[in-house]
Write a protein that binds this ligand. Structure first.
Ligand SMILES: NC(=O)c1ccc[n+]([C@@H]2O[C@H](COP(=O)([O-])OP(=O)(O)OC[C@H]3O[C@@H](n4cnc5c(N)ncnc54)[C@H](O)[C@@H]3O)[C@@H](O)[C@H]2O)c1
Length: 365
């Protein structure tokens, strides 16, 4: 399935390719020359335009004529007001249906840009050039786009596949350590649900060394691409990617309610993975030693999130809002082994609360 040349690897994510390797941006230049587009726009946030745009333009001269659209960095840009601003911008620039939107950024830019591309004039083409680790291994791949609404993540969205995803690893040089750990959480998840060897290799990797991380990023992106390829619209297999995300999304939304505690997506997913691996053990799906390994490694990497017992009710409420649950019932993706997951496991609210209690005990001072 993988089409490998010397410096470019192209893999299929089902409805779009993911292009990686030293010459990924050269491949983007070639792809752009083959596209007939009236106007090309580059969407980025203030950080990605500052740190990554000059390098993008150096490697992809065709984009030097493109018009840039900038949004403030951070999750707060992933909303309908920002989307509406970009629709307006495109309209003022007379963008027609042959326009092309290149999204240069992390998951916020690719989710927002993909959503705008899906909806402007009933759909224009887009290309994703992820610049964060989270974007490279996860967010940019698979065609899920969306914005947050009323404090609920990704409440409004649509599937819209990019023409391609072009991963240029040197962009990671300007990414801070906290953001690297944020993306690493999704790589750990890919290992846990799909590839036990990837989990082992991530566990042993020197994370401060980008060169050591590079092959693991490629393998992790490949897991996402393979899963999405088998189930582009999340009817079955793709749900394995939700491991850690039911409790994780609840924790993430809860942390936003007290801004001094605010967690990044991956940080919350890391906590969610500890809780959901524990649930996997409690429900006799996963051996205890496997859970112990997972918890020890994750707790070592990520700072603890402390919340009182009194917060449980609110956390459960936030989790119930999650799109993954149906008819108010919690449906979890849980582990049956390291490297293997099962989906749609019904879990009672009291068991979810037990998992939160367990985590609380693990991180108490
Ligand atoms: N669509 C999906 O399948 C999917 C999957 C996972 C996550 N997501 C979404 O992705 C978002 C999180 O993505 P993220 O973690 O990339 O967040 P992000 O886009 O906010 O980027 C994180 C921060 O890093 C900065 N940044 C990005 N690249 C940089 C670089 N190379 N150098 C310096 N700074 C850089 C950004 O400006 C931002 O401040 C969430 O909204 C999440 O819901 C979507």
């Amino acid at each position: 399935m993988a089409d490998t040349h010397k410096d470019v690897t192209e893999i299929s994510a089902g409805r779009h390719p993911v292009v990686m390797g030293r010459d990924a941006l050269r491949a983007l230049e070639r792809a752009l020359r083959d596209q007939a587009s009236t106007t090309t726009f580059i969407l980025g946030d203030e950080n990605t335009l500052r740190h990554c745009l000059p390098e993008l333009l150096a490697h992809v001269p065709t984009l030097r004529e493109a018009r840039t659209i900038v949004v403030p960095p951070g999750e707060s840009s992933k909303d309908v007001v920002m989307a509406s601003g970009i629709w307006g911008h495109l309209a003022r620039e007379a963008a027609d249906r042959q326009a092309l939107l290149v999204c240069l950024g992390g998951g916020v830019v690719t989710d927002l840009g993909g959503f705008v591309a899906a909806t402007y004039k009933r759909g224009i083409r887009c290309i994703h050039v992820p610049t964060s680790l989270m974007g490279m291994v996860d967010a940019a791949i698979g065609g899920k786009t969306g914005v947050d609404l009323a404090g609920v993540k990704n409440l409004v969205g649509v599937f819209h596949d990019p023409l391609g995803v072009y991963i240029h690893l040197p962009f990671l040089r300007s990414l801070g350590k906290r953001e690297l750990l944020n993306g690493l959480a999704e790589m750990i998840k890919h290992g846990l649900v799909h590839d036990a060897q990837l989990w082992e290799d991530i566990r042993r990797a020197p994370l401060h060394d980008l060169d050591a991380l590079t092959p693991l990023v490629a393998r992790s992106a490949m897991v996402k691409a393979q899963v999405v390829s088998a189930d582009p619209r999340e009817n079955g297999l793709r749900k394995v990617l939700n491991f850690g995300h039911t409790i994780g999304h609840g924790i993430e939304a809860h942390s936003w309610e007290s801004p001094q505690q605010s967690l990044l997506h991956g940080e919350a997913v890391a906590i969610g993975m500890v809780c959901e691996a524990w649930l996997s053990w409690r429900l006799d799906l996963l051996p205890r030693e496997a859970y112990d390994h997972i918890a020890a490694h994750i707790l070592d990497l990520y700072r603890p999130y402390r919340f009182e017992h009194a917060a449980d009710h609110r956390l459960l409420e936030l989790m119930r809002n999650d799109k993954k649950n149906s008819a108010g019932q919690f449906r979890f993706t849980l582990l049956t082994a390291i490297g293997k997951a099962t989906v749609d496991v019904p879990v009672a609210p009291a068991q979810v609360q037990d998992a939160l209690e367990h985590y609380r005990l693990l991180v108490r001072v």
